[in-house]
Design a protein. Sequence first.
Length: 158
Amino acid sequence: MDPDPVKKEFLQAMRGITSTVTVVSAKDGENKQAMTATSVVSLSLDPPTMLVCINHEATIHDVMKEGLGFCINILSIGQEGLADICSVAGKEEQRFLEGDWSEFNDIPYHKDSQSNMFCNCIKAIEHTTHTIYLGEIIKVLNQSSFNPLLYKDGNYLA
């Protein structure tokens, strides 16, 4: 008998949700981190605000703080390599070697991404294994075409 059937069914239901793949990047002093994330959603338009959920065990968790900036890099089809390298523990140093990275206001961002949303972290809310970060948008860069990298049921969609 499964000890937690709700958790099992929850995971199955989540595999059916198609998500846009993003890489969240941040820097605190010399500590620069990037992490693949699909738990990223818009929260409000007035003011433009995003919500990002990060596991406490992720290396980027230590650099995400209220008052500091972070960037949500929305990936395009063909950027599976960046998504993969940013999701493997122990590859943190290699993440910024994949593609063209730069900084805006001391916030690292991936220049080749479909869009870059620069945020000021205005609130961090602890919830069990994760922290929910609210980021007020301070700048957005968009490419001329949109073809986002999507993820569903453990796979990228073409």
